[in-house]
Structure formats: structure tokens, C-alpha cells
Design a protein. Sequence first.
Length: 333
Amino acid sequence: MKSKYIRLTIEIIVWTGFIIFPLILFPTVQPYVDQGIINGPALGVIIAHSLLLVFYYFNYYYALPKFYFTRKYTTYFPIVGSYLLVLILIMMSDANYNPLPSPPFVYAKTAFLISIILRFMMMMLLSLGFASYNRLKKAEEEKLKSELSYLKAQINPHFLFNTLNSIYALSVKKSDVAPESVSRLASIMRYVITDAAQDTVSLEKEINYVSAYVELEKLRLTQKVKLNYSVTGNFSGKQVSPMLFIPLVENAFKHGVSTVEESYINIAFKTEGNAVYLNIQNSKPKTDKTNNNGLGIENVKKRLQLLYSGKHSLQINEDGNQFSVNLVLTLND
């Protein structure tokens, strides 16, 4: 809403200058201030430029989107040509509208006609340029939104599949925590279905969601897994793209947990100002033969590049014993 008011203010200033500038520049166009009247050339400028402004908005909001951009050129150009013809007839109907009176200017009438056509062409090209730019910008935004929706849609089934596998394992073992895990999953899925559908959510709510996921995963961990999870700093008052951190956290539980070997997972969230820090380390059990750099991490990389280009740093390191992730994300005010 604020950007609309700024744009409106700029347009008013520009168009006011567009009309007033010739009145100041050319002596023959200046009003007779002492007599309290507007002379013929001044009135001609006001009429011509007012009609040109009407054409600009008519072309921008109606003729271009309805005919030009839909390739209905046989309709568009006759409409534009007719408007130009009407403008010329109005301006040439009174010789006093010409700021270059004849005599002494031999070709004053021709020069005036050319000036009308040139000003009309300027308005036509200006409206076409802005309309084309806005269409391109809107198309890029739609493409970005579509790609982000696709990436977000990838996360939900991936997360649900892995979580259901965990609950299934608990059920097979007839674990007493299986019913609790189903209840926690239901709470998480409510967030996924409602809040995660938005473009942004509060950072505090997103961290609570990750914390709920960690608590759900803890239900299936054995004594052989050491889990350290910490959240420090002020997370209120900030907005973030939903489900941005969960693939990284999920990856640690997927590949860092072993039922036969000693293993560990360290997850730490921290905020400093508008910066969010996520540090993850997990062990690499020998029994885990899957590829660590899977769909989830690639998904996060793409979303970070699309949403936070130049505002994030993601470092992923892997050796024979440990997999680590360090993410620094700068959020908008």
C-alpha cells in the first residue's frame, strides 16, 4: 500500500512538471500574469498535454493489455491512430494554440504538427515501456511463486513419509510412545497445512514447529543417541519463509541416528539482531549407506537462492565421521 502512494506522488509531480515546464520555458507560452488571463499558446499546451496524459493511462490500462499484448494489432493501431487524429484536429483547430506564430516562422504550422506527433509517440512509447516492464516483473513474480510452491510441495510429502516411517517403527516394537507420537504428528501437520501455506510466518512459530519435530523424533531415539538441542536469542517480531529449516534438521535425524552404534546430533538455533544462525552436526554411522545430500538439502539451497539471495550463507561439510551444516540467514525488518 505504501509503494502505491509513493508511485502516485511521483506521477503527480512528473505530470505537473510535464504541463508546467513548457509554460516556463517558452516566452510565447507564458500566461499574461498581469492581466490575469492565459494566452492561446499556454491554453494549447494545457489542452494538448492533458489529452496526452489521458492517452497515456488509456493506453497503459486498457488498449495495451486488451489489444496489443493479446496480439490484436488490427484493432490496437486503428484505435491509437484515431486518438492521434483527434488530437491533431483539436490542436490545429485554433491557430493561437501554436507557440510559433506565422509570421515570422514560415514553417510554424508544420513544426507544430510534428511536435504534436512526437509528443504523442513519446507518450505511446512511455506507456508501452512501463506496461511491458510491469508485465515482465509480474511474470517473474508468478514464476518465482510457482517454483516456491513446487519446492514447498516437495517438502510436505518428504517430511510426512519419513515421520510415518518413524511411527511405524515404534508401532512394530509396540512402543508405549507410539500414541503420543501420532498426537504430536497431528499437531505438526496442522501447522504444515495452515501456516506453511503462507508466504511468511513468524520466526517464533517456525522455531516452535522445528522444536515440536525434534520432540517427536526424540520418542524413537535409543540410549545410543546423544541429542543436544538449543534455542537462544529473541525470535519474536521476525518473519521467515515457512518450513525452511526443517529439511536440514530432518536430514540430521535421518542420517545421524543408529540403533547399533554410538551416535550424536547437535542442533543449535541462535539470533543476533536480524540474523538467524543454525548450526547442526551429526555423526555418520557406518550402518548408514544413504546419500546425505538428498532432496531436502537441495530444496533448501534452491529456496534460499530464490528468497534470500545475497542474504544468506550456507556451509555444508562432510568427512568420514561427521556431517555439519552452518546456516546464517539475514531477515528483513
